[in-house]
Design a protein around this ligand. Structure first.
Ligand SMILES: [Fe+2]
Length: 196
C-alpha cells in the first residue's frame, strides 16, 4: 500500500455565506436586550425545546437568533441545566472573537463613544491597514470586534500571493514569517488611488 497521498481535489466553494454562528450565553433575554440596545441588532427568532433536535438528548434550552446584517445571523443558547459556562482557560481572551463589519469610521467612533458612555471598556480603534477595529466584550464574556474595511484590494492581492510561502514557513518554524512586514511601512502602504 502506497503511503503517498494524492493531492486533494480542488472543489468549487460551496459556502454561500455564514448561515448562523452560535455561542453559549448566560441569560438569553439579557443577551438579546444587550445586542439590541448597544448594537441595534434585532432579536429575530426564539427556538426553545426540551430535547436537542439532532440527538434527541433531553436538555432544555433557549436558542435565540439576532440579525447581524446582510443575511448573517448571530445565535446563542442558554442551557440552564449545564454547569456554569466558562471560556477556554488556555486560550488568551483576545483570540476567540466575533468581528462584525460596520459601514464607516464614523459608525466605529460613534459606537465606541456610546459603549463607553454605557460603562463598557473599548480597545481601539486599531489600524490593521486593511481595516480598522474596536474591541469589547459582551455580557457573556465573548469578545466582539467592530471592523471597517479600508478598501485596500491592492494590498489584499499582495497578501493573497504571499499566503502559501507564509503558511509553509510557519508550519516549518512556528515563528512569524516576515513576508508581510510591508503592511507596517507607511511608504509601502500609501494609497495609490488618486482623486482624478
Ligand atoms: Fe479579528
Amino acid at each position: 500500500m502506497s503511503t503517498t497521498a494524492a493531492p486533494p481535489a480542488i472543489q468549487p466553494n460551496i459556502a454561500r455565506g455564514i448561515h448562523h454562528v452560535a455561542y453559549r450565553c448566560i441569560d438569553a433575554k439579557a443577551t438579546a436586550e444587550w445586542y439590541e440596545q448597544h448594537l441595534g441588532m434585532t432579536f429575530m427568532l426564539a427556538f426553545s425545546e426540551d430535547k436537542v433536535p439532532s440527538t434527541g438528548e433531553p436538555d432544555p434550552y433557549m436558542h435565540i437568533f439576532l440579525d447581524a446584517g446582510r443575511g448573517n445571523v448571530l445565535a446563542f443558547f442558554e442551557l440552564p441545566n449545564s454547569a456554569e459556562m466558562t471560556l477556554d482557560p488556555n486560550t488568551p481572551n483576545w483570540v476567540q472573537h466575533l468581528a462584525l463589519q460596520v459601514e464607516s469610521d464614523e459608525v466605529l467612533a460613534a459606537t465606541k463613544a456610546r459603549l463607553e458612555a454605557a460603562g463598557i471598556d473599548v480597545v481601539g480603534p486599531t489600524d490593521h491597514t486593511l481595516f480598522r477595529s474596536i474591541y469589547f466584550f459582551d455580557p457573556n464574556g465573548h469578545r466582539l470586534e467592530l471592523a471597517v474595511d479600508a478598501g485596500r484590494d491592492d494590498l489584499v492581492k499582495r497578501l493573497f500571493d504571499l499566503r502559501m510561502p507564509m503558511i509553509e514557513e510557519w508550519a516549518q518554524t512556528r515563528r512569524a514569517p516576515q513576508h508581510a512586514r510591508f503592511l507596517h511601512d507607511p511608504d509601502q502602504t500609501a494609497s495609490t488611488v488618486s482623486d482624478d
